[in-house]
Design a binder for this molecule. Sequence first.
Ligand code: PHE
Length: 345
Amino acid sequence: MEEQIKNIEEISIKEILNASNEKELNDIKVKYLGKKGELTAVLRGMKDLSKEQRPIIGGIVNKVRDNLENLISKKGKEFAELELKRKLEEEKIDVTLPSNKFIRGSKHPLNRVIEEIEDLFVSMGYDVIDGPELETDEFCFERLNLPKGHPARDMQDSFYITSEELLRTQTSAVQARVMVANQDKGPIRMICPGKTYRKEDDATHSHQFNQVEGLVIDKDITLAHLKGTLEVFMKKMLGEKTKLRFRPSYFPFTEPSYEVDVSCFKCGGSGCNLCKQTGWIELLGAGMVHPNVLKMNGYNPEEYGGFAFGTGLDRLAMFKYGITDMRYLYRNDVRFLKQFDQMDI
Ligand code: PHE
């Protein structure tokens, strides 16, 4: 029996040393040390041996077994190292090669303008408020001092969905919403940028555009606050040299009301084709909150006052970035959008 074991050892060692890959090595392991392996068979045959012989032969078999296992694991490591070397060589990465171009999106000029406005007003303590685009007649008109049948409703051609619901024609609807929602009826400072809709059918207007609304309610608010605020706003957006001009106007929810012009940023006020030779460009509607509006939305006009303003963001973006045609803003042409990447840095 001893001889048989020695034989197995000799042959298996040779085989192990000659194995040329991992699979072969595995097969050898199974062949000798597996459940049905040759060395395992010898161990099984030990039951026929005498008591004295059993531990002797058992010792020899275990030694051989250890020896073979060691050899196999050494050989296995060699294969693993070789394989790693091969892979490293084969999968070499040339880090100096030019990479695939990664195409990054660009922020839309309207979003740039909105973000800039939000940053400015948040820095002055305003909240940024969102309101529904599908609005009720009540909030879009009635609570803004525009009862049904009021002639000023004709100023804005509306898309009605039902007799009481419409696509909001102005972000001013959010003024009423904020006043109603403010439970303690304390001071308010908010802006609301958002989409608005009007049934315009001429070539220079879009049925959908963007506005930003501003509302401040507090004690002792005067026209000076409104003027100062709009001056900071417009100078930030269009440059420090920008001048403002307040023209008396009419809005049902403000009294007095103004249309606010900014000095033409193209010619600086001397007159050009952009400002139609007037030196001024109309950009905002504004005024002191009408006492009726305060009252209707839960504020006591004897105690509180306020100012409000609204402006078209599309026009503001066009002026700020020198965009000549509003339709560019809605075409999402990447070449157009890319131009603004360098502008705000
Ligand atoms: N909502 C008005 C418009 O769309 C603008 C405006 C806002 C006027 C706030 C006064 C106060 O024309």
